[in-house]
Structure formats: C-alpha cells, structure tokens
Design a protein around this ligand. Structure first.
Ligand code: SAH
Length: 451
C-alpha cells in the first residue's frame, strides 16, 4: 500500500472511462487526473487505498505525444471537462477503448465494434447550461462547480457552450450587480438567485433563459428580463422557476413565464419539439441526430414493424422512427415527459403512436403477459441501466431485434450480457461521442434473436 504524500515515479499506461490516466507501481494501480498514455511523471499520492491509489502530477518529466496545451483557463479547477489536455483524436481513441473494454471484460461479449463517431467540432456543442450564481469577494458571480464540490469556479465563456450563452450571462451579471439582486447562499439558505439556466434550439436558434430563484420575484426580474430581451432578440422565452428547497436539485416544481413563450421550439431528426425547462433533451443535438440515425439503421425498419420504445422520455427516438413502422408504443415514468411526447406526436401529425406513463419493468411484464410481440424494442435507460425484470420481460416478448442506447458502457455491457443468456446475440456496437472533452460517451448496441 502507498502512503499519502509519497512521491513515486510513474508511467501512464492506460485511461479510465472518467478520463483519469492509470499507471502501476509494484502492481498497484495509481489513478492520476489530467494525464495521458505515455506521460512519465513524478506522482504525489493524495489518497492511498489497500490495492490502489489516487495521485496528482508533482512533475511531468516526459509528456505523452497525445498532449496539447489545455485551451481553457479554468480547466484545472472546473469539474466539467476531463480530456482538454489531449488531442480530440486521442480522446476518441480512449472512448472507443472504454466501450470495447466494457463489452469484452464486463459483458464477456464479442460484438463487431464500429469506429467511434466523433464530433466534427468538439466545441460549442451544448444546447443547455445551468450556471450556479453565488457571491465571491462581495460580487455576484456565476460559473461551474469545482470537481466534487459546490464551490463556484466563476467562468462565463465555457467552450462547450455556444458563445452566445457567455454574452447573455455577462449582460445578465452586469444587471444583477447593478440592481443588487442577491445570489443564493447555499450554506445559510438565504438570498434570491440560485441558477441562470440557458437552453437553445440548435436548428431554430431560439433561446430560453430561466432564472431559478428561491421565491417568486417577478417584479425584481422584469426590468432585467426586458433589457436582456431587447439586447438579445434570440431570447424568445424568459421564465422564472421557483425553488425554495434546501437541496442541490436545480429546478423547483413551479415555472412562470416572464416574457415571450413558455417553451422554445426545435427539431430533432426532422421532428418538431417543444422544450420547457423541465423537459429532458439530449444536450448535443447534432450528435444525438446521428445517434438516433444509427439506432434507426440498427432497427432495420420497413414499415411493417411494431416498435416498443421503453424509457422514451419526450418520445424523440420513437417519433423519429414512426414513419418506418406500423405502430409505435412509448413508455416513460415521468408524466410531464409523456405529456410532451403526446403533444410532439400530435404536432407532427403522427397518428400511429401511443405513449404511456409507467415503470418500464411493470409495463414490459404486463405487455409480455398480454402476449404482445413487438418486432423491435428500443431501450434507452438512465445511467444505472435496466433491471433484470425488465430485460426478462423484454425477452419474453421475443422481438426480432433489441436496440439498446446507453450513456454508460458498463451497465450497457452488463445488461447485454444478461440478454445474451436469454437468447439475444450482441451483433454490433457503435460508440458516438455526444460529450466531447468530458468523461462521458454514448453507445448503441444491436442485439438480434438467436436462431
Ligand atoms: N429516450 C429518451 C430519454 C432517455 S433518458 C430520449 O432520448 O430523449 C432515460 C429516460 O428513462 C428518462 O426520461 C427517465 O425519466 C426514464 N426512466 C427512468 N427510470 C424509468 C423507469 N423505471 N421506467 C420508465 N422510464 C424510466
């Protein structure tokens, strides 16, 4: 076992899914953030566990060939990015390896691995950002939380967001300071402004600004809102969300429109959608469209299939495939998301779809019980993956194909291994990078019923 503050020579030989470099010393793994394969360094141990340790760079003696100068002034302190110190190509190689390792090592599966689809421009891709507001040195600031903390790193021009977000933030901050609007103090639970939340329709260009506040403050926010809307005509929706609770959940239940519309509009794979502050929506629209396109290709639709979309959210995946199927059924646990899905279907004149509020496992079991046999089932679970009952019921429905979409390769591999035991063969896996520069990657898996 290593000792805290011990300094050891280390060569980085691998990378983790979260973007930490890994080296070994006497067989023990040492994880070091912001390193790259090939780095030779003197490493300071900061946390020692019985069989592994965490370290930081004490001195970089020989840099990896993958290294570049990080192009962000707050990279070292902000908790957002994990790969900004290496080329985007090297990051894509790491993510491909992470996905392959998950399926082979965790799942014991050997599908065809298609080469990862990287982003054409790995900057400015996010369509949504929620900036905490706080007080530092007597001044209102906003930015991002430092890693594993609620300390705000003030920064308004994050490279992952469209530059317009930075301009709106700067203008908003100026007014907030002038007007003396009080930022929220998390420790004491006092103050007014908790978060500034921005969302932009990638295709429509429409922008929503939502002030997250501790109490209704329409009058106080109105002059600021009017000035911002005047200066930024893209702001088609300015609203206020009230969250009085002492919690780190960002949004409260109640939202009121201050100016403009209650929601912004956008399109996803040609499907018109409305986005309210609460609605789940993939944060990288261009890459999500490629992801859904691959899911559709894997589903091999010819107009005759019935499709079950479990964990459907606001319905975008299923709706983008509705013109290729006979019937679409969507299931989702959040009632508002299902309302959105139903409205999205109506707005797009899609008549062969129905959506239901419910737990995926319960619905799958009921459908299986009723003897339903969808031809294709799409599974897009949250990070923790599907539970065994859901997968078991999915297999009882005996679809020809299962298309799994996941933002967590480890749970996807675990779930696919279970499907493999119940008669489905993992044919191919496509990694898609929806979250460049961060330690996250998405993948799509095609599982086919074994003969
Ligand atoms: N397919 C959608 C949303 C995917 S995110 C899209 O691409 O936009 C995962 C979704 O699963 C979320 O909307 C979440 O609310 C939902 N969810 C989580 N647990 C669930 C469960 N047990 N049953 C049904 N849906 C669930």
């Amino acid at each position: 076992m290593r000792k805290k503050n011990e300094i050891v020579p280390l060569t980085i030989t691998g990378m983790t899914a979260e973007g930490n470099g890994v080296g070994r010393i006497e067989g023990e793994a040492v994880f070091v953030p912001r390193t790259a394969v090939g780095d030779k360094l003197q490493c300071r141990i900061v946390k020692a566990m019985p069989t592994y340790a965490f370290g930081i760079i004490e001195q970089l003696e020989e840099p990896s060939l993958d290294r570049i100068q990080p192009d962000c002034p707050v990279y070292a302190s902000c908790g957002g990015c994990a790969f900004r110190h290496m080329t985007y190509q090297a990051e894509c190689n790491v993510k491909q390896q992470v996905v392959e390792d998950a399926f082979v090592r965790i799942g014991g599966l050997h599908p065809v691995f298609l080469p990862i689809l990287g982003c054409d421009t790995p900057i400015g891709y996010r369509n949504k950002a929620q900036y905490p507001v706080g007080m530092q040195n007597g001044q209102a600031v906003c930015g991002f939380y430092a890693k594993r903390s609620h300390r705000i790193v003030p920064y308004t021009h994050c490279a992952l967001q469209p530059p317009l977000f930075g301009e709106i933030l700067e203008a908003a901050l100026e007014h907030i300071r002038q007007q003396g609007l009080q930022p929220y103090d998390e420790q004491r639970g006092t103050g007014l402004l908790r978060h500034l939340y921005l969302r932009q329709g990638y295709h429509s260009g429409e922008v929503m600004l939502c002030f997250v506040v501790t109490r209704p403050a329409r009058e106080q926010l109105m002059p600021l809102s009017q000035q911002l809307q005047h200066r930024f005509p893209q702001l088609t929706s300015i609203c206020m969300n009230v969250n009085p609770a002492r919690t780190n959940v960002i949004l409260g239940k109640r939202t009121e429109t201050l100016l403009g519309q209650a929601a912004i509009r956008d399109t996803m794979c040609g499907i018109r959608v409305e986005l309210s502050p609460h609605a789940f929506y993939q944060v990288n629209t261009a890459q999500a469209e490629r992801l859904y396109g691959i899911a559709r290709e894997f589903a091999q639709l010819d107009g005759r299939q019935s499709l079950l979309d479990l964990y459907c959210g606001t319905g975008t995946i299923g709706l983008s495939m509705a013109d290729g199927v006979k019937h679409l059924t969507g299931v989702e646990v959040i009632p508002q998301a299902v309302e959105n899905a139903i409205r999205n279907a109506r707005e797009n004149r899609i008549e062969n779809a129905d959506f239901h509020v419910g737990d995926a496992a319960q619905w799958a079991q009921q459908l299986a019980q009723r003897g339903e046999h969808p031809d294709v089932i799409v599974l897009d679970p949250p990070r923790k993956g599907c539970d065994a009952q859901t997968l078991e019921a999915v297999c009882r429905m005996a679809p020809q194909r299962i298309v799994m979409i996941s933002c967590n390769p480890a749970t996807a591999a675990r779930d696919c291994a279970l499907l493999d035991k119940m008669g489905y063969h993992a044919q191919k896996v496509q990694a898609v990078d929806l979250f460049p520069r961060t330690g996250h990657v998405e993948c799509v898996v095609l599982m086919s019923r074994k003969k």
